[in-house]
Write a protein that binds this ligand. Structure first.
Ligand SMILES: *Cc1c(COP(=O)(O)O)cnc(C)c1O
Length: 427
């Protein structure tokens, strides 16, 4: 008897399941930029696990050391006790990522998910400053646990908490009121004014491109201003680089070009390189004031993830080849999207994002992005939407994608847009 995958999941799994509804096929194998369903149909993956798979599915160069590690009975679970794999990852991350960029951080391993890294960041910021409140931004997304939800913008997700989310203040992100309003001036005034009603916060947490919140990208100038604002008002700066990091926008950290040094950085998604859960909270040494075990957890640093993470850093971050290639492909994606925007003026397309985290917001019809995603899937392309109203089509191909596959995906998007325009009565 063969198992009916879709029916079994429908019968037994909670209705909370979500991506399965957008991409309702039983997937089984995966390799590089493609995944395959049980009927052997292949799908080009422009979603890449929400940027978990920057180096592709089941990358053979990462699989090899992983299989060897398992084969040799090396230690898989060790809580946060010392292991060779742990030390090798730390040494490699220091040597290839932190040191060449002049960054001095201690690496904390929180639980293995992104929201664990954010929770740790918020806790340490509160402990260091002795203050409780956080400033976050409109349309921010930082995860689903309660501390992270409190600094997340999306009303639907916030409501899921089931009780009031407190000790956070939402401020306008870069460009929130259009390009003519500098939202830093607004924040500066509120933070300085003894009558503003804004209590002195502990920290500001930001993304550099709002991955889930509609792909708004802040300018490097704004990011520099944000760091200055934090210094001026004695606030810690937390950059959530969970989706934007690991080269998604080009450089390893998405804030490198701004030349800023956040007090705390969260990293997850593609850090293991293989889709194994792993996350980091990077903390400036002077803020690393935890008591031993004050922030604990069973899966804080998993050895299998350390093995693939170390190899991924060696493979892709020993020189600037990947970064240059990402920037080149990002320019091609931008060009292709510009052609679509020009070709279909009635779609009201606007550019969003940065690097290989790009998209189009369709201003005239909020359903259009979702319809394109649906049609693209019928044509063998997995592509998601973003934003509180899902009105942004979001391209997140693996960074290692070959030009030919990139062109194939872009062609499917064009075809799907044309068909979606018809279906939506815009053609
Ligand atoms: C995905 C994401 C998170 C949450 O990560 P989880 O692993 O889902 O908990 C937090 N912040 C950003 C920017 C993300 O993209």
């Amino acid at each position: 008897m063969t198992l009916d995958v879709m029916q079994t999941i429908e019968q037994h799994e909670s209705v909370v399941r979500s991506y399965i509804r957008t991409f309702p096929k039983p997937f089984d194998r995966a390799s590089g930029v493609r995944v395959y369903d049980t009927d052997g149909n292949s799908y080009l993956d422009f979603f890449a696990g929400a940027s978990v798979l920057n180096y592709g599915h089941n990358n053979p160069e990462l699989k090899k050391p992983l299989l060897e590690y398992l084969q040799d009975d090396r230690i898989v679970h060790s809580l946060d006790m010392a292991s060779v794999a742990r030390a090798e990852f730390l040494e490699t991350f220091h040597r290839l990522i932190l040191e060449p960029r002049g960054l001095h951080y201690r690496v904390q391993f929180p639980g293995p998910t992104g929201t664990n890294a954010v929770e740790a960041a918020l806790k340490i910021a509160r402990k260091v400053t002795g203050r409780q409140r956080m400033v976050s931004f409109t349309n921010a997304f930082h995860g689903m646990t309660v501390g992270s939800l409190a600094v997340t913008g999306n009303a639907f997700k916030r409501k899921g908490a089931g009780f009031p989310l407190t000790y956070s203040e939402s401020m306008p992100y870069c460009g929130y009121f259009g390009q003519d309003v500098d939202t830093l001036d607004y924040m500066d005034k509120l933070l300085a004014d003894k009558g503003s009603g804004v209590d002195h916060p502990a920290a500001i947490i930001t993304e550099t491109v709002q991955g889930e919140g509609g792909l708004a990208a802040c300018s490097m100038h704004w990011l520099q201003g944000l760091e200055e604002l934090c210094r001026k008002h004695d606030l810690l700066l937390i950059v959530d680089d969970i989706q934007t990091g690991n080269g998604r926008t080009g450089p390893y950290f998405s804030f490198e070009e701004a030349g800023i040094t956040p007090d705390i950085v969260t990293v997850s998604k593609s850090i293991s390189g293989y889709g194994l859960p792993m996350s980091l909270t990077l903390v400036k040494p002077e803020h690393d004031i935890w008591e031993p075990g004050e922030h604990n957890g069973t899966f804080r640093g998993h050895n299998l993830a350390f093995v693939t993470a170390k190899r991924a850093l060696e493979l892709y971050w020993s020189d600037d080849t990947l970064q240059r290639e990402t920037e080149r492909k990002a320019r091609r994606i931008y060009e292709a999207l510009q052609e679509l925007i020009d070709k279909y003026p009635r779609a009201g397309g606007e550019h969003r994002g940065r690097g290989m985290m790009r998209g189009i917001r369709f201003a005239h019809d909020k359903e259009l992005a979702g319809t394109i995603s649906e049609i693209a899937f019928e044509h063998g392309l997995i592509i998601e939407t973003s934003g509180p109203e899902d009105d942004v089509l979001k391209l997140l191909p693996p960074l290692i994608i070959e030009d030919q596959d990139l062109e194939e995906g872009l062609a499917i998007i064009e075809r799907a847009l044309g068909e979606a325009m018809q279906r939506r009565g815009l053609a």
